[in-house]
Design a protein around this ligand. Structure first.
Ligand code: F0G
Length: 361
């Protein structure tokens, strides 16, 4: 007799956490790709590298339908766009938001226009926007220019802005904090994540607070956000006019949710700091090699931050630490190939040749 466990279909984050989605009207038809329910994976080797003595879990958001955490908010934004009978959805993006918007808009049957900084979008993200059928406008400018234009376009009632300045995006994204607590059976002591436009840190903090208020968790984590050194307006306290970093996803000089990020850090007793591109790239390789998790460079900014804080003794023994790997490594194949200049060895298809190249006797 074989004993099987039963698997039931995951309905997506809005349906699963519906009691916490008070903005969602009764009977609304939800636009979903069954996003969320992503794995929370123990990462003991990275924890060791950071000095050890604590438990580390990585929330692997790269396995969402469009391979980043953006899908959690996009199910909400697109559901809302349909409810409001929008004719067009638009967003500014460093790549992931545009990929997600394009996919969900296609599913909802809505026209989708994305404004992107020309030449600064990782290859996989551009491929996604094209395949899902978005209309792509490349600006001779950066993300901040794109968001300014989107705010202007979004003043029209038939246009829905699906950036995180749309509050329902935050409502969807807070589900990641719920999932972490549900899986751990408690809140973490620290939560680490990258900060770009600062919507996600705002969303996680809202999620943890709602679970706390409803008695689902008894403590709140310290929120630890990391910006790239060349794009660290919140850390330096002033907007950056020409932000630069290898982590193109967080190449943002004037974050829309600046206030939300500052509040999350201050209220939780956390930190917001910057890490250099060299630290980000080292953490990028280490995350892939030590844990088997390939995440894009922006996602490994908090890994770099954790390695530094751990080694400085800032993570107390016995702590439970969670960290969000926000996007899949395959999003940015160019950076991966640049990091690994060692080409494959090309040999004739004979055992001798393979053995010889291995120097294996
Ligand atoms: N990590 C990845 C992979 C991202 O794509 C982003 C943001 C962030 C982290 C930062 O999140 O903006 O909420 O602080 N990407 C946006 C985009 C800007 O257009 O895809 P945030």
């Amino acid at each position: 007799m074989m004993h099987h466990q039963t698997l039931s279909a995951w309905p997506g984050v809005l349906e699963f956490y519906r009691p916490y989605m008070t903005w969602l009207p009764e009977g609304a038809s939800i636009v979903t790709l069954q996003e969320g329910n992503t794995p929370l994976i123990p990462a003991p080797r990275l924890a060791e590298l950071a000095g050890g003595g604590f438990e580390l879990f990585l929330k692997y958001e790269g396995v969402n339908p469009t391979a980043s955490f953006k899908d959690r908010g996009m199910t909400a934004a697109m559901t809302q766009a349909v409810i409001r009978k929008a004719k067009l959805v638009i967003c500014a993006s460093t790549g992931n938001t545009s990929a997600s918007a394009a996919a969900y808009a296609g599913r909802a049957g809505l026209r989708c226009v994305v404004l992107l900084p020309h030449g600064k979008i990782a290859l996989g993200k551009l491929a996604q926007a094209r395949m899902y059928g978005a209309e792509i406008i490349a600006l001779r400018g950066n993300f901040d220019d794109a968001l300014r234009l989107v705010r202007e376009l979004g003043a029209r009632p038939d246009v829905e802005v699906v950036n995180s300045i749309n509050p329902v995006r935050i409502e969807g994204q807070k589900s990641a904090a719920f999932e972490i607590c549900d899986v751990l059976g408690r809140a973490p002591d620290f939560h680490f994540l990258p900060v770009g436009n600062a919507g996600n840190i705002t969303a996680y903090w809202k999620g943890f607070n709602e679970y706390h208020k409803h008695g689902r968790i008894s403590i709140l984590p310290k929120m630890c956000g990391f910006q790239a050194a060349g794009s660290a307006p919140i850390v330096t306290g002033k907007p950056v006019t020409d932000p630069q970093t290898v982590a193109t996803a967080i190449r943002i000089g004037n974050p829309a949710s600046w206030q939300g990020a500052s509040a999350a850090v201050a209220e939780s007793g956390g930190v917001i700091e910057s890490v250099t591109d060299a630290e980000i790239l080292a953490a990028y390789a280490q995350t892939a090699r030590l844990e088997g998790l390939f995440a894009e460079p922006a996602s490994t900014a908090p890994v770099a931050g954790l390695l530094r804080m751990g080694r400085q003794g800032l993570i107390p023994k016995g702590s439970v630490v969670t960290l969000t790997l926000t996007g899949h490594g395959l999003k940015d194949p160019d950076t991966a190939m640049d990091q690994n200049k060692i080409d494959a060895v090309v040999v004739e298809p004979h055992l001798d040749a393979v053995m010889e190249s291995l120097a294996f006797s």
